[in-house]
Design a protein around this ligand. Structure first.
Ligand SMILES: CCCCCCCCCCCCCC(=O)SCCNC(=O)CCNC(=O)[C@H](O)C(C)(C)COP(=O)(O)OP(=O)(O)OC[C@H]1O[C@@H](n2cnc3c(N)ncnc32)[C@H](O)[C@@H]1OP(=O)(O)O
Length: 258
């Protein structure tokens, strides 16, 4: 590849990358989807990131047959608040927004050099790379921009076992990083995790549904500080608590390999 064509390709990648982050930070209101998988057709299909794909991607934040009744109940609870009744039977955006989720995010985040075409085409978001529904990370995130809060309903599948019958601490850390990182991106644009502190208070039973809630502590220049809690769905049991620091980055940071 000549120097010039490499520069052109780099500029194009940067454009795509920025577009992805921008669409995540200016999320369009999503219409509530209260029904089960078969009926899950988005009423408005403008979602974050599709411009990065050459095919219609699957939105993993929508219910599938593996979701427990508790997962569905909570999904319905938050989804019903994504849209509220307005005048004359019309609806408008509510306090919460569901965040769509895809298994490919940044095609050109290469770690310094361009990945080979094969690796590019195979790269997948870690938490969305297992095909079997319910086997690993099943989750959906809702964000409340006014309250600067984010809630994730998470069902931990059998492939996430750590201590017998319970969820691996690394899988919990992954989800905390995922939720707080997405929340920080919504609040501050492109960021990277600089620091993550986790206290594990009580084990999470495998197969259970838990809530992961994150809230903004403060923003100082490039720094976004977030707190996070993992609890049972009725809030009575604290499983994990964490604090995280995210630093705003220029996306070229990713392309340069940090
Ligand atoms: C398209 C969009 C899709 C998005 C989808 C999202 C879904 C997926 C979400 C998944 C989410 C997953 C997310 C992931 O998994 S991100 C992957 C895990 N994270 C990394 O790999 C990050 C690696 N580190 C870096 O790249 C750099 O160190 C960064 C960029 C973080 C900072 O390097 P940079 O050169 O830029 O900054 P600086 O060193 O000048 O420091 C600047 C300031 O910050 C302070 N500082 C720095 N570090 C720390 C620290 N550890 N504790 C406390 N403070 C720290 C420092 O003292 C200074 O403060 P001050 O002196 O100015 O006061």
């Amino acid at each position: 590849m000549t120097h010039e064509s490499h520069r052109v390709q780099m500029a194009r990648s940067l454009g795509r990358l920025l577009k992805g982050f921008q669409s995540l930070t200016s999320l369009p209101a999503m219409r509530a989807q209260r029904s089960h998988p078969s009926a899950c057709v988005p009423c408005r299909t403008t979602v974050a990131l599709p411009s990065l794909f050459s095919f219609k991607p699957r939105d993993f934040s929508l219910p599938n047959s593996s979701w427990s009744s508790e997962m569905m109940r909570l999904y319905d609870h938050y989804n019903s608040q994504c849209e509220v009744e307005a005048e004359r039977g019309e609806t408008r955006g509510g306090p919460w927004q569901r965040l769509p989720s895809y298994n490919r995010s940044l095609k050109y985040a290469t770690g310094g050099v361009y990945l080979s075409k094969i690796i590019q085409s195979r790269a997948r978001l870690f938490t969305r790379n297992i095909r079997e529904p319910g086997a690993a990370f099943e989750y959906v995130l809702f964000v409340n921009k006014e309250e600067q809060r984010c809630v994730c309903i998470f069902q931990a599948g059998h492939l996430l076992e750590g201590p017998p019958g319970h969820v691996h601490g690394g899988a919990i850390a992954t989800m905390i990083d995922n939720v707080t990182g997405t929340h920080a991106t919504v609040l501050s644009g492109p960021v990277m995790t600089a620091n993550l502190n986790i206290n594990y208070r009580s084990p999470v039973p495998l197969g259970s549904t838990v809530l992961i809630e994150s809230s903004l502590d403060t923003k100082e220049g490039r720094k976004t500080f977030i707190s996070c809690k993992v609890t049972s769905t009725d809030g009575s049991k604290l499983h994990t608590e964490a604090t995280a620091l995210f630093l705003s980055i220029n996306v070229s940071h990713l392309l340069r390999g940090g």
